[in-house]
Design a protein around this ligand. Structure first.
Ligand SMILES: Cc1cc2nc3c(=O)[nH]c(=O)nc-3n(C[C@H](O)[C@H](O)[C@H](O)COP(=O)(O)OP(=O)(O)OC[C@H]3O[C@@H](n4cnc5c(N)ncnc54)[C@H](O)[C@@H]3O)c2cc1C
Length: 453
């Protein structure tokens, strides 16, 4: 961008899905908008990668059945979708063995399945009691928020298998250990994601579809529509506001505007200097919402050999680091690709040991699941999100016990000229692309409402 104007109607911090959607809405409403992005690329937690000559998503990839805003945005931009491959048996790795299963639930001892069913009933009861109320307004909010998810599981789930499965599901949703997360926050995530079954489901669930060529094309094409209003390599260091304007100080100088929309994840927003200082609740909140930890792996093979063996490619494991695997073979491809996720404490451990040892660890897990066929891939790549300076983890941020009821009520509350967006601020599908879209739309309309009043 040459000869950048210094003065704008609105400045958006962050060119992820939330920031780009907010910027597009404001531009379409006639505003002059500038987007400041710390990285040398757009997309944030949506990021392209390659394996065996194929483009894949190193960041977010799935489109849920109920992700209507992101689906509509993708359709408008001509990014096509295809269903997640599900034909064949799934695998569950449990108590050292690997078992195939074809239903929604893995083959576990009946006592474990009963325990799981009971736990789901307890969760549904608590969700019914929450209704549509903001989580901090729920009748026994303080009590629910005081307890960690781990403590709740310990109290309510009595068989080892059921406990491990619930822990695995919670980790798969939050990329954090149940001991790190408030039970009330977990309930809110489930409420926003329409319950456990939808969140972990493929058909009709949050993993139903994928994008041909990758989800990263959606933010990329959004950005293409405003490319001359996006400044890359531009970390924002400080935001100063007074009665007449807000000034944003970044590595490429100082810009002013009437409003700022902050879309950086909470931990990153907390590193910025604000003048005047943010209210105590806002500072408290963004300093207490750490990101989960996740490493995403892709492994390419000459063929999708698991399909020939009657398997779908999907695996869940509570005991091994590579806790989730799915078939990631692109449509009409001769090669086969598996995608896997390492979450929570396992991601921390496998980040620490470095790429070579990590690869060995992951390949051993794949051989344990799929047998010797898995031992000789064409290529292995992984992406460690804990090492991304401008995200610090993924998929999203979570709230430890006590945070929701002490600080949570300000999550979407503007501070003077600063408005807050990003998937963490969503009221539906927080942590997902869908939540990011919703937050961008909401923040843009907040700015427009203020401007028109
Ligand atoms: C491995 C992984 C897998 C995922 N899988 C899925 C999935 O399958 N489906 C799904 O729906 N979601 C998935 N997600 C989550 C999804 O990617 C995110 O919810 C979504 O992309 C968040 O968008 P956002 O705009 O809110 O935040 P971000 O994408 O984080 O955008 C914020 C932007 O702010 C920038 N920034 C930060 N600090 C500053 C600063 N000081 N100055 C300027 N810029 C700054 C960042 O660089 C970033 O570009 C996944 C995420 C990860 C990491």
């Amino acid at each position: 961008m040459s000869d950048i104007q210094k003065s704008w109607d609105t400045i958006v911090v962050g060119a992820g899905v939330a920031g780009l959607r907010a910027a597009l809405d404001l531009k379409n409403a006639g505003q002059r908008v500038l987007v400041l992005e710390a990285r040398d690329r757009v997309g944030g937690r949506s990021m392209p990668g390659t394996i065996a000559g194929q483009t894949v998503d190193f960041g977010g990839q799935w489109l849920g059945a109920e992700h209507h805003l992101f689906r509509e945005q993708a359709e408008r931009l001509g990014v096509e979708i295809y269903p997640q491959h599900t034909e064949g048996n799934n695998l569950v790795s449990f108590d050292g063995g690997v078992q195939p299963y074809s239903s929604q639930l893995p083959k576990l001892p009946w006592s474990s399945l009963l325990g799981l069913g009971l736990a789901d009933q307890f969760l549904q009861n608590d969700l019914r009691k929450m209704g549509d109320a903001a989580p901090w307004m729920v009748e026994n909010a303080a009590e629910l928020d005081r307890e960690s998810l781990e403590a709740w599981i310990g109290r309510k789930v009595h068989t080892k298998g059921a406990r491990e499965l619930i822990q695995l599901i919670a980790k798969a949703i939050l990329c954090a250990e149940p001991s790190e997360v408030s039970y009330l926050f977990f309930l809110e995530v489930l409420r926003q994601g329409r319950g456990l079954n939808t969140m972990i489901g493929v058909k009709g669930g949050a993993q139903q579809d994928k994008f041909i060529g990758g989800a990263w094309q959606v933010p990329k094409r959004m950005a293409d529509q405003i490319h001359d209003q996006i400044l890359l390599n531009c970390p924002v260091h400080a935001i100063e506001q007074d009665a007449s304007e807000v000034r944003v100080i970044c590595s490429q100088g100082e810009f002013s505007a009437k409003h700022v929309i902050m879309t950086a994840p909470p931990a990153l927003a907390a590193r910025i200097r604000y003048e005047p200082a943010l209210p105590a609740k806002r500072t408290g909140l963004i300093r207490r919402m750490p990101m989960g930890c996740v490493i995403k792996i892709h492994v390419a093979y000459p063929t999708a050999f698991w399909r020939g063996n009657g398997l779908s490619g999907a695996v869940i494991s509570a005991e091994r680091a590579l806790s989730m695997v799915f078939d990631q073979t692109p449509p009409n491809s001769e090669i086969g690709i598996l995608v896997g996720l390492i979450e929570g404490a396992h991601a921390v451990e496998l980040s620490e040991i470095g790429p070579e040892a990590r690869r060995e660890h992951v390949m051993a897990d794949l051989v344990h699941y799929f047998g010797a066929d898995a031992a000789t891939p064409l290529e292995y790549v992984d992406h460690d999100w804990t090492q991304e300076t401008w995200t610090e983890g993924g998929y999203g941020a979570h709230m430890p016990p006590g945070v929701m009821t002490t600080y949570g009520e300000v999550i979407r509350e503007p501070h003077g000229r600063i408005h807050w967006a990003g998937t963490e601020t969503a009221t539906q599908w927080m942590g997902y692309f869908e939540g990011a879209m919703q937050s961008g739309i909401r923040a843009a309309s907040e700015v427009l409402d203020t401007t028109s009043s």
